[in-house]
Write a protein that binds this ligand. Sequence first.
Ligand SMILES: [Fe+2]
Length: 252
Amino acid sequence: MAVTEIPTSAAMFVAQVETIFHQYWGGHYEVVKTFFGQPRPQEQLLKWLDLQLYKEIHVVPVKARQLIEMYEKLDGEIDRGEYEAEAYEMADEVQHYRLLADIMEMITGKRRPALEFKATAEQSDLEAKRRQYANAAPLVRSVGGFNPGGGTAFGAAGAMIDGGPVQRQLADAFKVIYRQELEHYNKNRFIFDRRALEAEPQDYSEALTYAQELARSHFLMRNASFSHPLSPARVAEIDAGNVTPYVPPRLY
Ligand SMILES: [Fe+2]
């Protein structure tokens, strides 16, 4: 469902950005549901865990550096509530890493150093997309805050998986991830909504382009991370908007 109409108000712009993300989050949900919907070779599960562990842990030093920078401006430019939220967000990512690393260790019987987990090509594409817009206008950058919504869709679908001991522990881990990603999403949505109200209509176009590229790249990474449970034909249908949208519950 390509968004073609040029938005003339903040409300219309926000609705268009939501439409783009909800469509691809429907895709994230379908990837996880399809992957766990039938028995899969264990290598595929381990390959997904490998990338997921990288995703969870590599953001921790980035966030730790942000916390140090924020500390230097604490209760000046940076509000203590904002500082607290960032610190919890970092701890949440450490918890996601610990939960999933415990499961991987249970399956393989081996402990691996955190730095061994590496990005895949699709993950690197996603990171490059974020870097490309890192110095854009505040509204455009705040579009990046929509990403935890994909994590929410992924966590929601994962929380419902069933089966043996591995699946049950994964479902428990997904429940934690779901709850926390939903909080991260709502925090970031609040910032995005405020920026959208303050923005000039000329910023809308770049923000919509970034939304489309980021949402799609994140979804393609997700499908690849699970060894492509959705076929290229199904991916094309999702690109065309033929998908049940996923809408995270709103806190406000
Ligand atoms: Fe996480």
